[in-house]
Design a protein around this ligand. Sequence first.
Ligand SMILES: Cc1cc2nc3c(=O)[nH]c(=O)nc-3n(C[C@H](O)[C@H](O)[C@H](O)COP(=O)(O)O)c2cc1C
Ligand code: SF4
Length: 400
Amino acid sequence: MDSVPLYLQPGRIGSLEIPNRIARGATSETMASPSGVVYDAFVELYRRLGEGGAGLLLSGHLYVDPRGQASANQTGIHDDKVIPGLRQATEAVHEAGGRIFAQIGHCGSQTMMSRITPVAPSPVPNAMYTIQPEELSSDEVRDLVRAFGDAAGRAAEAGFDGIHIHGGNGYLISEFCSPHANTRDDEWGGDSERRSRFMVEVYEAVRAAVGADFPVTARLSVEDSVEGGLQREESLQRARVLADRGINGFETTYGVMRSYFENIRPYVAVGRAQAWRNLLVQRVRQPAGAEAYYRPFARAVKDATGLPIILVGGVRTTQMMTDILDSGDADFLAMARPFIREPDLVRKLEAGRTGGVECVSCNMCLAHDGFDPLQCWRDNPRNVAVHIRKHYWTNRRKGQ
Ligand SMILES: Cc1cc2nc3c(=O)[nH]c(=O)nc-3n(C[C@H](O)[C@H](O)[C@H](O)COP(=O)(O)O)c2cc1C
Ligand code: SF4
């Protein structure tokens, strides 16, 4: 076993044995109908990822309620009609020997859907889009807790191997957890404990729907990047409460942010040679981004809870993967953009490849999120040309 690199050795999340420590990080697919039912392309994407060998796949965020839809063509889990399509995708993953968790979420006020009046804990303009949301009533909050539970039940019925609750990156759960976005003074806000209540009740509803043995993890906001936002001590206390109640693991991230670029950072670990090969003129003018940028968050949550921790955010080299696992800062390494470019990345690592990934974190794929089906836009000249034609409009609509 010693000759097998740590990142290719098995691990465990709750009751689930996972064949290696590499996860495909949640990446929204933009491969569903306007009412959230997946197209064949979604099934094929997950078949390819399943064949690619990642120990665990995390789906893109699936909205639990129609008003929780972040973008057109996002996948839904809000209605029983989505189940058959999702079941085809989980079957494709299982046939290929993979495992997949459903990431379930609600966008809160962080939506690109102009037909939706967004909802949030408080009428605080969204930090990224500046949209003014409607404040949820207490009864509506309870309805949403139920919606998360119902969504988890559908995910289990569709054959997912676990649930990954989206509690990060400025979406609804992270808004409830944030003193910046949640200015209520009732049972859902006012102090740290009441700001935790929505996430804890969502977890309880999910657990009740799927049963005690089903793996349930969460993407957890450890800090907000905005002034007056969530601080680390508060989120660590929240993590301890969820751990006491039986959650099986966490993935660490930012909560409320002013830009997606704070979470999806450009040019991670891209040296000058790789920059020139990929014609990254902008990278040559600015330094490479640091690798594994949420590592201190992962260590802090690991120390606070002792649970399996998934580290996402700029994991790019086999040297760094080994170092992180060896240090115990995290137990699993999730990569999002590298799997867009190389769905078979883990098969290549199994064949002995070492060093960095091909993805250069240029974020062209992010510019198309919500507008075009997920793909790497830098892997051939035709895609680059189409990207250049489209990108002005998409970036402008996403406020980037
Ligand atoms: C196109 C795109 C879509 C994403 N969609 C999601 C999502 O649905 N849910 C989520 O939690 N994070 C999403 N992310 C963020 C990634 O999971 C991850 O946190 C981020 O890209 C940093 O990791 P990386 O450096 O490995 O890409 C998305 C990122 C990209 C580029
Ligand atoms: S477009 Fe391709 S190279 Fe650029 S960040 Fe996305 S996956 Fe990586």
